[in-house]
Design a protein around this ligand. Structure first.
Ligand code: B12
Length: 271
């Protein structure tokens, strides 16, 4: 058997000298990496050996949660990813902390691994799908009762394919008792303008830019909105270097590089 060969959970339990349910728990909580084939979980021999090594079990427990989540995401293991998120919430993490301290670092870790060439674009896509499903399940937890303090139109401009940062900011805006109108990624300039023109009690339009080289698209978006409504258009996201960069594109302000910063920027308009 080579280190890349895989075994089922019963055999894994025998090799570790623990009960089947213990191994199952290791898999569900992300301590032991596993892949699902139909109804069967398969564990790589190398992962099993690492867990069986003297002193390895406490060390495996110490693997940071974002890294474990990233691993689940790259393997396309939605149930395993959700188990890690649930585990974090069971330990007291708020939905916002799940995004800021777990999901966002995990996504950034996936990007670093892609940039380092250790995972492929296919893995990145697989991870994105799992992240999308996790965000879908998290969404209702951000809902607030009562009338929102105003609405915010947000999205990625034409040419931008990163929708996850937009969805994350939308949920955090909802948690701050604002109504997000999320256009997702690759939204045409006219769609921003049309949606803003029809929005009730609009506070701001947010344009989130993750991919580099979309300056012209951002300028067009801001111009299209300005022709229809008088509302501040704020620009942010990892591809916008600083406030000067945002202002050079015609924005009224910069939302920074964190989702919390984006929410704070809208809050400051309300204040
Ligand atoms: C998932 C992903 C994808 C997915 C997107 C799927 C989806 N449905 O969203 C896919 C596979 C499609 C993709 C495609 C590409 N990607 Co990509 N992708 C990522 C990855 C791994 C995660 C993105 C993410 O969601 N991050 C988590 C978010 C939440 O973190 P964040 O970006 O820091 O976001 C915060 C800020 O934006 C902030 N914020 C502040 N103000 C505001 C305001 C608003 C309105 C918003 C929305 C956000 C915001 O809030 C966010 C939350 O904290 C990143 C790695 C990374 N470091 O993020 C690479 C990354 C962004 N991708 C990258 C690249 C190069 C690409 C591609 C060009 C090539 C490729 N890798 O396939 C293409 C096409 C890009 C294009 N033209 O749009 C680079 C970008 C580098 C650059 N110089 O442009 C990164 C950084 C990977 C890397 N390390 O090199 N990607």
């Amino acid at each position: 058997m080579t280190t890349t060969e895989r075994v089922g959970l019963r055999e894994a339990a025998e090799r570790l000298g623990v009960h089947y349910m213990t191994v199952y728990h290791y898999v569900r909580t992300g301590r032991l990496a596993a892949e699902r084939e139909g109804a069967t979980w398969l564990v790589r021999r190398a992962d099993l050996e690492a867990l069986a090594a003297p002193g390895a079990r406490p060390a495996a427990t110490r693997t940071p949660r974002p890294a474990r989540l990233a691993e689940r995401m790259v393997r396309g293991d939605e149930a395993g990813a959700w188990a890690i998120v649930e585990g974090a919430m069971a330990s007291g993490a708020s939905p916002a902390a799940v995004y800021e301290e777990l999901l966002v670092p995990a996504l950034r870790g996936v990007g670093d691994r892609w940039a380092a060439g250790t995972i492929s674009v296919a893995d990145e896509h697989r991870a994105s799908v799992v992240a999308t499903r996790v965000i879908g399940r998290m969404g209702p937890r951000f809902a607030r009762r009562g009338r929102a303090r105003g609405s915010v139109v947000l999205g990625g401009p034409a040419g931008e394919s990163h929708a996850l940062p937009v969805a994350i900011v939308a949920d955090l805006l909802r948690a701050a008792h604002l109504e997000p109108i999320d256009l997702g990624a690759n939204a045409p300039a006219d769609s921003f303008a049309e949606t803003a023109a029809g929005a009730d009690r609009l506070v701001a339009v947010l344009v989130g830019v993750t991919a580099e080289g979309l300056e012209e698209s951002v300028r067009e978006t801001i111009g299209a909105v300005a022709r229809r409504v008088e509302v501040p258009v704020l620009v942010g996201g990892r591809a916008i270097r600083d406030r000067a960069h945002a202002l050079s594109l015609g924005a009224a302000g910069w939302t920074g590089h964190s989702a919390a910063g984006a929410v704070a920027a809208v809050e400051s308009l309300l204040a």
